[in-house]
Write a protein that binds this ligand. Structure first.
Ligand SMILES: [Zn+2]
Length: 319
């Protein structure tokens, strides 16, 4: 049986790249997302992998870019469907949102084939995702600084929660955020179709972060082995899970200095950051409301009053 996605089509034991058409650009040229299919020589499950749903999140593309040349279709059981760049228009201009309709792609799922630009791209990629037994939607903490973690977005009461958590544990970055996500996320829409889905958040960077990409490639190999696409055993290490997520804004305008490092445990009352003026005079000192793990922080030091500064993962346990 051929495996086909857009213009990519491969018989068993082969790999092919192509384009998945999602309409036309403003100049009338065809917009085709870069896609690939890997059709394993043996039968098995189907895995769907996508990256750059948010147009400035490039680490996931780095993972696909490094992973694919290491895969031999002759040694794979099952098939892998790749969409290398989902947010085509955002990627072209290195912006987070799709500039055609100013929409965050990961709020547009399951999409609408007759809708806005983002809804059409979401619908086309969701059609591909629905063919899979497992979905991996590669993201990162935008261009901020963030630990490498995996998000389970279906929520703890979803019928697929256990399967999604298992997939997150297999991917194995060491940290999991297990919290129901906003409507329109692929990691919400695909579990509703009965497909275990994770949203690996591979650090945060401007451009490519080689360490986060390495962690992502390792995670993909663990998924491929655990679900029998590839031979080999997988050690499932204990993951640190946060079920809550406190976000901190700045009480004053100025320059932020952090008092804790990414991944560090914080207790209630610990100083997270200070805000000073241009000449070093202290304007504000912000402490943790709850205990947890210092998860994410803005990259640029300058902040306005109320502007986002950092996040702490809370309600932490291990599984
Ligand atoms: Zn994202």
């Amino acid at each position: 049986m051929m495996t086909t996605l857009g213009s990519a089509s491969a018989p068993p034991g082969e790999f092919d790249t192509g384009r998945l058409e999602v309409g036309e650009a403003r100049d009338g040229s065809t917009v085709g997302l870069p896609v690939a299919v890997l059709n394993g020589a043996a039968d098995g499950k189907t895995l769907y992998v996508q990256a750059v749903s948010d147009g400035d999140e490039l680490n996931g593309l780095g993972v696909i870019n490094r992973l694919v040349p290491q895969l031999d279709p002759e040694e794979v059981a099952g098939q892998i469907l790749f969409v290398g760049i989902v947010n085509y228009h955002g990627f072209q201009v290195a912006e987070h949102r799709n500039p055609i309709d100013d929409t965050k792609m990961n709020r547009a799922y399951p999409g609408d084939a007759n809708g806005t630009s983002s809804e059409r791209i979401a619908a086309a990629t969701f059609e591909a995702a629905k063919r899979a037994d497992l979905v991996v939607d590669l993201h990162q903490g935008r261009t901020s600084r963030m630990i490498d973690e995996v998000r389970v977005r279906c929520g703890p009461r979803h019928r697929l929660h256990r399967e999604c958590l298992e997939l997150a544990k297999v991917f194995g970055t060491g940290y999991v955020l297990d919290q129901k996500g906003p409507d329109g996320q692929l990691a919400r829409a695909a579990p509703d179709e009965g497909i275990p889905t994770i949203d690996p958040e591979l650090g945060g960077a401007v451009g490519w972060d080689e360490e986060s990409i390495r962690i992502g490639v390792e995670g993909m190999f663990r998924v491929l082995r655990y679900y029998s696409f590839l031979d080999g055993d997988v050690e499932r290490d204990l993951q640190t899970r946060a079920s809550g997520f406190d976000q901190y804004g700045s009480p004053a305008g100025g320059l932020v200095t952090y008092e804790v490092d990414l991944g560090e445990r914080v207790s209630r009352g610990d100083v997270l950051f200070e805000v000073t003026d241009a000449f070093g005079t202290l304007k504000a000192r912000v402490t943790a409301d709850n205990e947890g793990i210092f998860w994410r922080s803005r990259r640029l030091p300058q902040v306005a009053t109320g502007e986002y500064v950092c996040s702490v993962g809370t309600d932490v346990d291990q599984f």
